[in-house]
Design a protein around this ligand. Structure first.
Ligand SMILES: [Zn+2]
Length: 305
């Protein structure tokens, strides 16, 4: 190759390289730390041991789950207590420091008060699940109230704590019945959004685990039955799986209380004016002036509320 040709090739190559460098935008990542006060506030996971166990006044009448972005959930066990399986489940929950909610059938609570006592003593919540598990929609209002009253009393007798919630058997209740129950007992109705269908044959612990694993999300209320051996057998793996995925367990009342927005207050009620003093017969202006200054004081008070 001749020297001029070689020089020409070298020149061309250099020009191409320079053009590429100039045309390609420099990738410089600029990272600026946000001042602490500008950084978006991420809600932090509460310590479930300290969450309140009182229902807020502005709660809803029915829940199948609670609205939250935090991985806070409630696991519930229905139809017990069972004299063998419920204590076995309580051991599993205790080992893991998990608190659950038990919707008790009244006649079982009356038969095994020591189990009801243990449930509450170990920090779990108890709810009303009727006396004999009938379909409430087929009952008169009197029968519904009797079902719930007898159970309420049996739970109170067993553990000294009155239930705050109920779950209608099969999740079925008429709106008119629900309204009366809420008025009479103060209970919201608790349904569920995660159903492993653990009562269905053929029963299997693996099915219970899989369904809970797949359906649970933040704010979920999980339905289980502690009267089935397969359900209790599924719990070690199920509870450990949920915990490993960051979920934390609250009782249903705690979950409702934590996820209910603070009550929206109306405008402050005006402060009542003190009665006008009787007009002084010697000066008809005293009463007027006092009323004016009361009016001013009242304005100040309202502004400061
Ligand atoms: Zn049930």
């Amino acid at each position: 190759m001749s020297l001029p040709r070689l020089l020409a090739i070298l020149l061309c190559t250099s020009a191409t390289l320079i053009a590429q460098v100039v045309s390609s935008p420099l990738k410089i990542e600029v990272r600026r730390a946000l001042p602490a006060e500008d950084a978006p506030q991420q809600p932090t996971m509460p310590d479930t041991a300290t969450l309140t166990r009182v229902l807020p006044a502005n709660r809803k009448s029915v829940y199948s789950r609670c609205e939250t972005t935090l991985p806070l959930i409630a696991i519930t066990f229905d139809d017990g207590p069972d004299p063998v399986l419920t204590p076995r489940l309580l051991d599993l929950l205790k080992q893991r420091g998990i608190h659950a909610t038990f919707f008790l059938v009244g006649k079982n609570a009356a038969a095994f008060p020591e189990v009801v006592h243990r449930i509450v003593e170990e920090g779990h919540e108890v709810g009303n699940h009727s006396w004999s598990h009938p379909l409430l929609t087929q009952l008169s209002q009197e029968s519904v109230e009797s079902q719930l009253r007898r159970t309420h009393d049996a739970i109170l007798k067993g553990c000294g704590t009155a239930p705050l919630l109920y779950r209608p058997p099969y999740g079925a209740v008429r709106v008119s019945q629900r309204t009366r129950i809420e008025k009479t007992f103060g209970y919201p109705a608790i349904l569920w959004d995660v159903d492993p269908q653990d009562w269905q044959h053929p029963r299997s612990a693996q099915k219970v685990y899989d369904r809970i694993h797949n359906q649970t999300r933040p704010g979920s209320i999980i339905l289980c039955h502690d009267i089935h051996e397969t359900t209790v057998a599924a719990m070690p793996a199920t509870l450990d799986d949920l915990t490993a995925r960051g979920f934390r367990f609250a009782t249903v009342t705690q979950l409702i209380a934590y996820t209910t927005p603070p009550e929206i207050m109306g405008p402050p009620a005006p402060t009542p004016l003190p009665p006008k003093p009787l007009a002084d017969p010697q000066s008809d202006t005293i009463g007027k002036d006092t009323a004016k200054s009361d009016e001013k004081n009242r304005e100040k008070k309202v502004q400061s509320n």
